[in-house]
Design a protein around this ligand. Sequence first.
Ligand code: 7TS
Length: 412
Amino acid sequence: MAETHTMDIKRIRADFPVLDVEVKPGVKLVYLDSGATSQKPVQVIERMNQYYRAENANIHRGVHKLAEQATEDYEGARGKVAKFINAAKAKEIVFTRNATEAVNLVAFTWGRANLQAGDVVVLTEMEHHANLVPWQMLAAERGIRLEFIPVTEEGVLDMSALPGLMELKPKLVSFTAMSNVLGTITPIAEIVKAAHAAGALAMVDGAQSVPHLPTDVRALDIDFLVFSSHKMLGPTGLGVLYGKEALLEAMPPFMGGGDMIKRVKLREFSTAGVPHKFEAGTPAIAEVIGLGAAVDYLNEIGMEAIAAHDRELTAYALERLEEVPGVWIFGPGIEHKSSNASFTLKGAHPHDVAEILNRHGVATRAGHHCAMPVHEKFSVPATTRASFYLYNTKEEIDTLVEALYQVKEIFK
Ligand code: 7TS
């Protein structure tokens, strides 16, 4: 089946060694689980290999050649990430362990410095637990109040509730840019504008959106953005917090230790400037350099082309899945979503569906996808999720649908 956009999928697929894996003899992997983590191209794998084989040194503390090189490469990658999301300065990029830690960093530092009992934080009903539990923890500790932008039956945010929520004068509105379950793309600009008009900061969970859509923090006037390296072709163990410089400067540090200090005496310390104030201890050096290579790779293909490809695949998947009797797809139509399709199959548990799909080489994810409240909203404990990325093809979606008919045979 012809792809209508400009990406050369065959060439792209050749960059991802794992796509050649046979899950059993004669059954090739069909990887439809990029929402959990993406696969990695050789360019990223080799870059990290090269670092360990020929460049390994700790950063910010040596004057020898390798240490200088490692520091330059680490800070260079920070610059690449900043440019990728159009941040004004590299120092607005803080490296964390994952998107989850980035949210916790904001809750722990900004939250504890700025939120008092009774203060309102607005979230949405379709948040991943990463952008829910840290705020629940703060609510239990501080008595802050959590309010939620509702999700409609269709699976989009009920924007008519926004003005009423903004009248509560929240201190922060923190929301996902793309639901990891429903695929819903949220109206970032509109929510950020409303938040600012109400005197709140706006934080965006970009864990699903940054890998799939172009991101411009300045055009959108986002205050904090979090995302994960491993969902955008980079290595695991690395997340990103973007924060406006003035906000980061005003925040207390997160963890204490080496690298985050300016001066230390026996009983006191002063903190380093941003971003190092938030990067205590030896960071994930190889991973940061690997993420830099991932960003180069994404840029070379182009985020606009990737977004178009992911959308086209999602539209095709929705169309094909709808043909299968007994399949119920969650979330809105293609005009409001991209990159995943979560569904149930009548008469079969989502885990059994995923298990039988696996026999056909098709890798999906079943469960609540770390977003239990949105499943509760739609009165299901779990779904099976197929999620797509730049290396997936329509043929692979055909394989998914053929395998689903096999599942139906078994549960008939
Ligand atoms: N936010 C969203 C919207 C996510 O989808 C995820 C991970 C996170 C935050 C947390 O990212 P992490 O890298 O810190 O774990 N989502 C998924 C998923 O849907 N399946 O596995 C992980």
